[in-house]
Design a protein around this ligand. Structure first.
Ligand SMILES: C[S@@+](CC[C@H](N)C(=O)[O-])C[C@H]1O[C@@H](n2cnc3c(N)ncnc32)[C@H](O)[C@@H]1O
Length: 280
């Protein structure tokens, strides 16, 4: 049961093609607000900054950034980059896309005014090297903002289970019983790509080792909507209770605006956003 590297996982054109489905409908709009809007809010955009989106995927950040930003998106997955490029063109947005690994960025020191990275660090075995590379490529005084999944959540326990040998055996057994025809959650329960969530103290350590002074830490996505999306309830909820969902999200977002930087919420929400400034 060897673990697949995240690069190979995201290299699958079918998975890349399906990635943006996660951001459709009422649930998708909420997830985008919790991730992309939160990330962009944390950036102080002055003048025409040169910004690196490390692990840009299908480019969902570019289309929401102000046009003044000079955008470079990097990713190891060609299918994801192709989608990002097509989408940018369709939306009339300019940006440059580069296929590379963020642990070995092909850029000189201090060329970026800022780096953002959403849901990428979890897929990288050498997270310290990735954060250090982001810091190296950013100018002194530049911003580094990273969003990761929180390891101190029930979501993380569920993720650990899905990556376990027990889940592998369950999936195999169910697959055999259904003659390989089932597409249910049980048949697909096992995940075998590298996926490592982080805690707030871990993130602070990674930043400090890379020479980035932590400026702000906040939690995001109090709704814990992963439960609905992981258990394939999303389509049903979107279809039968869209207004209730929208009201629930609106309440969550109002509460989150008040508590996301406070203890204990900062340590316990589904995702963590850490903003730092590169030290001299
Ligand atoms: C969950 S997606 C997130 C994409 C995008 N940041 C977003 O928020 O929509 C993870 C992305 O990280 C990319 N990735 C994984 N490991 C990488 C690495 N070492 N260097 C660059 N990109 C990487 C994958 O190819 C994938 O596109």
């Amino acid at each position: 049961m060897p673990e697949m590297s995240a690069e190979r996982y995201w290299d699958d054109p079918m998975l890349a093609g399906k990635y943006d489905e996660e951001f459709k409908g009422v649930i998708g709009a909420h997830v985008n607000r919790a991730e992309v809007d939160t990330m962009i809010e944390e950036f102080e955009i002055k003048g025409r900054p040169v910004l690196l989106d490390a692990g840009c995927g299908t480019g969902r950040h570019l289309i929401k950034l102000p046009e003044s930003v000079r955008y470079i998106g990097v990713d190891t997955s060609l299918p994801m980059l192709q989608i990002a490029k097509r989408r940018a063109k369709a939306q009339g947005r300019s940006g440059h896309f580069v296929a590379c690994d963020i642990t070995q960025l092909p850029f000189k020191n201090g060329v970026f005014d800022g780096v953002m990275s959403t849901r990428v660090l979890q897929h990288i075995t050498n997270q310290g090297q990735a954060v250090a590379e982001c810091a190296r490529a950013t100018k002194i005084g530049g911003q580094v903002v990273i969003l990761v999944y929180n390891s101190l959540t029930i979501h993380c326990l569920w993720k650990c289970f899905r990556h376990s040998r027990l889940a592998f055996l369950l999936g195999r057994m169910f697959g055999l019983l259904s003659g390989g025809r089932s597409n249910s959650l049980l048949a697909r329960i096992h995940r075998n790509y590298y996926n490592d969530f982080n805690s707030v103290p871990e993130m602070k350590r990674l930043f400090s080792k890379a020479g980035i002074k932590v400026h702000k830490v906040k939690g995001t996505d109090i709704s814990h909507i992963w439960f609905v999306t992981n258990f394939r309830l999303a389509t049903m909820c979107e279809r039968f209770i869209p207004r209730l969902l929208a009201r629930y999200f609106s309440l969550c977002e109002r509460v989150e605006a008040k508590v996301s930087e406070r203890v204990p919420f900062v340590y316990l929400l589904d995702k963590i956003v850490v903003k730092g400034i590169v030290n001299g």
